[in-house]
Design a protein around this ligand. Structure first.
Ligand code: GAL
Length: 345
């Protein structure tokens, strides 16, 4: 009897392991996203698109992000580009940025949170990045993010070599984490965190997207990882508190127009979950024939193994002014209809 139970136990264990392995590989083979599990591209490699941004062109989404591959040249900074027509299976296009230090930023220079905009007038793809580093003469004990600028790069094709253009401080402000927002009318905005003013700016890009032209709003809350979506007549601005790689309870505000007035901040998830151990990076709106869905895209950082940082993508539940991130579970999406389906246990 004892032996039979043990055998049964072993069989159950084996089945459990097989199921876990199937789920872990699921997003590669089937149309299911498993938040927090390794997400692999068409080559079977871990997707390197951390702190990323999405560009939607016709029926294709392009996902750009920090490429933290372990074997990258430590003197350069990399951005990878992937494409997908279903938001689940991602094809590796290439490293679109493999940049040597462009300015006097210091050896431990930083290029983070790349966001790409497509300019319909100039036909250029314009990338904004958070550019930082200790700078030429860092004060003792400074935290290494002293430069606080954006870098701008451009390419003639979506997955071409993005060439360095210049760096700047948007609206003459210190700028660290950046986010992007493209409104339904096609206008393009940069979101950036500004530490001295303890808040974040929403700023309109110039007609050619090569400059940050004007302030649209300043949200009076020190938040980073800023992301915005326009859904059913309301703007939602989401961000995380300033705790570096460590997750914290992310919050959002709403406003009838981008310029405000913005509401006070609310939790997007039960605060004790620290946003289910993730940090906001973008909000993706999928407008289908049956409904519009909004996806939360967050990073679950592994500071000691950044290449193995995971992604938490989940469909949000939005009800009037309330936006809620459900507990991460496997889910699927039909991008034609916009319908998402969260698998129940
Ligand atoms: C986070 C930021 C990340 C990265 C990290 C470094 O606050 O969102 O993009 O800069 O700090 O500590």
């Amino acid at each position: 009897m004892t032996l039979r139970l043990t055998r049964l136990g072993n069989v159950a264990l084996l089945l459990g392991v097989l199921l876990a392995a199937t789920i872990a590989g699921a997003q590669h083979k089937t149309g299911i996203v498993v938040p927090g599990e390794p997400w692999r591209d068409n080559r079977g490699e871990l997707i390197q698109a951390h702190g990323g941004g999405i560009l939607h062109l016709k029926d294709t989404w392009y996902w750009f992000g920090e490429d933290r591959t372990e074997t990258n040249d430590p003197a350069r900074r990399y951005v990878a580009c992937y494409s997908s027509t279903d938001l689940v299976h991602w094809t590796y296009r290439r490293q679109v940025v493999a940049l040597a230090e462009p300015e006097d930023l210091g050896a431990k220079w930083i290029l983070e949170r790349p966001k790409v905009f497509y300019n319909r007038k100039t036909h250029k793809f314009v990338m904004y990045v958070h550019l930082d580093g200790p700078g030429p003469s860092p004060a003792p004990g400074s935290f290494g993010y002293n430069v606080a600028k954006v870098g701008i790069l451009t390419s003639d094709t979506v997955d071409g070599d993005y060439k360095w253009v210049r760096s700047l401080r948007p609206l003459d402000q210190e700028s660290r984490d950046i986010g992007q927002f493209i409104d339904d009318d096609g206008s393009a905005y940069l979101i950036f965190e500004s530490r001295p003013t303890k808040g974040f700016f929403i700023a309109r890009l110039s007609a050619d997207y090569l400059n940050v032209e004007s302030k649209v709003a300043f949200i009076d809350a020190p938040l980073e990882g800023g992301a915005i979506v326009h859904y059913k007549g309301l703007y939602y601005a989401l961000g995380s508190h300033l705790t570096g790689w460590r997750p914290n309870p992310n919050v959002y505000a709403t406003a009838p127009s981008l310029a405000g007035p913005w509401s006070t901040m609310r939790d997007i998830a039960p605060p004790e979950t620290n946003t289910y151990n993730s940090q906001s990076s973008m909000l993706i709106k999928v407008t289908g024939s049956k409904m519009t869905s909004v996806l939360y895209v967050g990073d679950r950082w592994s500071p000691k193994a950044l290449w193995d940082s995971r992604y938490i993508w989940m469909p949000l539940s939005i009800d009037g002014e309330h936006m809620t991130l459900p507990e991460p579970r496997p889910w699927s999406i039909d991008v034609e209809t916009g319908v998402t389906h969260i698998l129940q246990p």
